[in-house]
Design a binder for this molecule. Structure first.
Ligand code: GLU
Length: 436
């Protein structure tokens, strides 16, 4: 069997960590099995869908490295939906309904007040049809047997169709609801595995009957537990967890991939820059049923570990020209984001004013300036030459020796290994910064 998965966003907003996670798992599953990963733009809702979001979705998937093997748009497939709809109508599996939302609401309330489940009640076949009212359409669930499937995450699932309302599949204005077009597409595109959030579980029960009604075997399903934020529901914060906002904060695509690949699974999060080992290891049996907790602090930490591994070539186009490979190598272990590299340009090349020197550090700094002027080969470990000379001249050692020099040369108390940093700052600048 060829594995074919799809990511099916509605282009009504930006991708956020929640739906990126779904996209990622679909992509990983397809790649693991040498299959295909398709992008399906669910744009049947013409009022809410926006072309700019379609572009942003494509760009975000590309940024994340989730290459797609094909793209389809539901808005271009209405003819197919119409054909299948007519076939289901002819077979009696979809039927016209005339209730107004108010009527349905009253029915619901009556049922609830009697302690009954608010399941839609079908009208008898000979019920009068109101004049001049355009119908909406429901799919007739088959009540004969329970709906069962073995979910790759949730295990055995069973739904009693009698406890479910016949789902509305088409509105009175002819527009489509999500359920039926999705099944028609999954059949037409040969989707083998549907990976999506557990908020779709009850849709799946209805959709499994739609597959059968359309003469197709259903795909395999994996419904993953939803993401929650550290303070509960993620949905309120999704704006700030969009890809554009995260990119802005300096989050690397690889960090998102590494974290979201494993969040909510029994496998540890590994800060890898290449997703290959994650792809090889994905297994829906390792996914938990409990909501997965998304923590921005954890993302920042994974991000930092990723940044520390990135080669100069991988980030050169985002670095100031002054940060060449050697300078990147020197500062990389001290960065939390790639953008912070820009803060180091002034340390290397100026303009830079050393912080005012403390009285007790003056001797060390002056000796440092003298020592630096005397070092002819600045490329050969000048830091050790400089510190030995200062130690000899002043008797300073340890922190009293190193800290004043680091401060005067970088303006900070902590930072990269000075032995690595010093040859990358011109000698004259060093002399100037140490001259007090
Ligand atoms: N457009 C649907 C959604 O975003 C797709 C669900 C599915 O994967 O079938 O919820």
């Amino acid at each position: 069997m060829t594995v074919i998965t799809r990511f099916a966003p509605s282009p009504t907003g930006q991708l956020h960590v929640g739906n990126v996670r779904t996209a990622l798992h679909n992509w990983m599953w397809a790649r693991k099995h040498g299959g295909r990963f398709l992008l399906r733009i669910d744009d049947t809702d013409r009022d809410r869908s926006r072309e700019e979001y379609v572009d942003a979705i494509r760009a975000d998937l590309a940024w994340l490295g989730l290459d797609v093997d094909g793209e389809a748009r539901q808005s271009a497939r209405f003819e197919l939906y119409e054909r299948e709809f007519e076939a289901l109508k002819a077979a009696g599996r979809v039927y016209a309904c005339y209730e107004t939302p108010e009527e349905l609401d009253i029915r619901r309330k009556i049922l609830l007040s009697r302690g009954l489940p608010p399941v839609y009640e079908r009208k008898p076949a000979d019920a009068p049809v109101p004049d001049g009212v355009a119908p909406h359409w429901r799919f007739r669930l088959d009540h004969d047997a329970p709906i069962v499937w073995t979910d790759m995450v949730r295990g055995d699932q069973s739904f009693d169709p009698k406890s479910m309302s016949d789902p509305v599949v088409r509105r009175a204005d002819g527009s489509w609801l999500y359920l039926l077009p999705s099944v028609i597409d999954d059949i037409d595109m040969g989707i083998s595995h549907v990976v999506r959030g557990e908020d779709h579980v009850s849709n799946t029960a209805a959709q499994i009957q739609m597959f059968a009604a359309l003469g197709a075997a259903p795909p395999a399903f994996a419904h993953e537990a939803l993401l929650v934020g550290t303070e509960g529901k993620l949905s309120k914060r999704l704006g700030s967890l969009g890809m554009a906002a995260l990119r802005e904060q300096g989050i690397e695509a690889a960090a998102l991939v590494a974290l979201l690949a494993r969040l909510g699974t029994s496998d540890p999060v590994e800060p890898v820059t290449d997703p290959a080992p994650l792809v090889a290891a994905i297994d829906f049996a390792h996914f938990g049923r409990a909501p997965a907790r998304f923590d921005e602090a954890e993302l920042a930490l994974v991000n930092q570990k990723i940044v520390h591994q990135l080669d100069h070539a991988a980030v050169a186009d985002r670095l100031p020209a002054a940060i060449d490979a050697a300078r990147w190598q020197a500062i990389r272990p001290n960065l939390t984001t790639v953008a912070e590299a820009a803060d180091w340009v002034a340390v290397f090349d100026g303009p830079f004013a050393p912080p005012p020197a403390a009285e007790e550090d003056r001797a060390v700094l002056a000796a440092g300036a003298a020592a630096a002027s005397g070092i002819d080969d600045w490329s050969a470990d000048p830091w050790h030459a400089l510190t030995s000379a200062v130690k000899e001249a002043t008797g300073a050692k340890g922190r009293a020796l190193f800290l004043p020099l680091r401060r005067a040369l970088t303006g900070r108390d902590h930072g990269p290994d000075m032995a690595e940093l010093l040859p990358l700052i011109a000698r004259d600048r060093v002399v100037e910064r140490l001259s007090v």
